[in-house]
Structure formats: C-alpha cells, structure tokens
Design a protein around this ligand. Sequence first.
Ligand SMILES: [Zn+2]
Length: 108
Amino acid sequence: MGKRRSLAEPMPGEFERILLGQFPSKSTPGTMHEVRLGHDNVLYCTCPSWRFLKNGAVVRTCPHTRNVMAALKRLQPDIAEKVSQTAELMAKEAGVRAFLPFEGDENE
Ligand SMILES: [Zn+2]
C-alpha cells in the first residue's frame, strides 16, 4: 500500500494546520483520522466521511470534527466560537441554510 496523500495535509504555500485530534480508523486498522484546525478557523479531517461529504459541503463535518468541537467548547471556548462563527459565515455566503454543524451528540 502506498502512502496516500490526504486533503488535510498542508499544500505547498498553505498555512500550517494545527493537529487537534487523532482517531483510530475503523475501516482501515492501523491508520488514524486526524482533525486539524486551519488558520482560516476551519476544522479539517482526513476521514472519508469528511472528505467526500456530498450535501453542498460548504461546511463539512464528521463525527471526529464534532468530537473535537465538543472538546474545544469545554477547553477552548474562544476557539470553538471562532470555528462556529466561521462555519455560519461560510454557509451564509454560499447561500445555503446554516445547519448546525457542530451541535449534536458528543458521544459519537
Ligand atoms: Zn472525520
């Protein structure tokens, strides 16, 4: 198996993204899904469910980003607020309904 490049890896010239969480992959044992925070206040994940999200995908979420978001709300509420505001703004600019991307089950 070759090493696959993931979308969450910084591209050349792109700002570094801060690693916030790692979750063992269920479908590919031995690999980890990584959640990173970009300087654009967007949470990125390497998992297929985040990368291939279909529904307009203006504001992408997955169980991992929701898990990290729940932790941020407890530990770094200022960052959580920025991420949340950014997601709402992106949805508004794209003219899509601002569904609540980071609400929900913290036990996922
Ligand atoms: Zn994920």
